[in-house]
Design a protein around this ligand. Sequence first.
Ligand code: HEC
Ligand code: HEC
Length: 302
Amino acid sequence: MAKKESQKDPQEIETTGHEWDGIEELNTPMPRWWLWMFYGCILWAIIYAILMPSIPFLNSYFKGTLGYSDRAAVLEDVEAMHADRAVYASKLSGANLEDIQADPELFRYAMAAGKSAFGDNCATCHGSGAQGFKGYPNLNDDIWIWGGTFEDIRETLTVGIRAAHDDSRFGLMQAYGTDELLTKDQISDAAHFVLSLSGRDDDAIASLRGSEIFRDNCASCHGDTGIGDKMQGAPNLTDEDWLYGDTLEDVYQSIYGGRQGVMPNWNERLSPETITALAVYVHALGGGQASAPAEPGTPNDP
Ligand code: HEC
Ligand code: HEC
């Protein structure tokens, strides 16, 4: 193509009449295809400007004969989304787990809403993966202080633990040292006994002394065998899971200074449907239990 044009005799082509140092300016017309595209674009612009919102005026704008508006379209989408959510939310608020699981759409919505609410409200204390920290329980495992059924979890979230709610979950782990209920030696013996419950102690004599102290002071909450009590939030002391640590020093501190883990009641900050969604999410994290809520005296046994 380029070769063909260069073979044309420059004399045959019209010039503009301009000439510098013997170099003439040729008047080559625009290619046809380019011109048609150019005219097409102008035509398209005119039609578009008539149909769609286009020309700005001082206080408004020309709305176009089709009456289309981006803002209205977005508002419509948002309203549709709110309507969808309202349907899910009203279905969620008092629902039980079976109803939610029976409706895959609703379950998916609850899991998504629960996950995002967890990131916003819970991750600061329980960790973004709900893995927990010292004093803040791991929510992924099947070990529950207050019960791991869906209803238990929803109740825990609603009323909190040692929180401002009138029906808050409450269990007292007294400060046996600070409040001078036991001597340091007795506390040390009790700590040895507690550790022996999960095979962590080798001071048999201290353990034996501790067993009596435990029976007299601790068994009412933690159970004769140390297995715990969900109704009082007393942890199982025989398992591998420790909220406040499993060294002699940690356990001594738990008994000496007492432990009063606090979790806020969420009923004032979150809607019932968000709390339900959170309970669905936490229940599904791995350790959710299927049975009915804990009865008084239920062993704290995973
Ligand atoms: C201010 C810190 C804090 C925040 C925020 C928090 N928690 Fe907790 N949570 C705790 C503590 C501390 C405990 C343990 C209380 C105890 O010692 O019994 C706990 C216990 C729990 C339990 C009971 C676990 C069991 O074994 O029975 C659940 C379930 C729970 N939290 C879920 C949540 C969810 C869901 C959120 C977000 C809405 C949340 N937590 C936000 C501190 C917090
Ligand atoms: C009135 C009920 C009650 C009595 C009595 C009681 N505890 Fe506790 N204990 C609890 C509660 C509730 C917790 C959990 C506190 C928390 O979650 O913050 C706890 C926590 C503990 C822990 C921490 C467990 C962990 O996982 O880190 C140890 C250890 C413990 N108790 C030992 C004892 C010993 C030893 C005695 C007797 C000297 C005793 N408790 C008496 C209710 C009681």
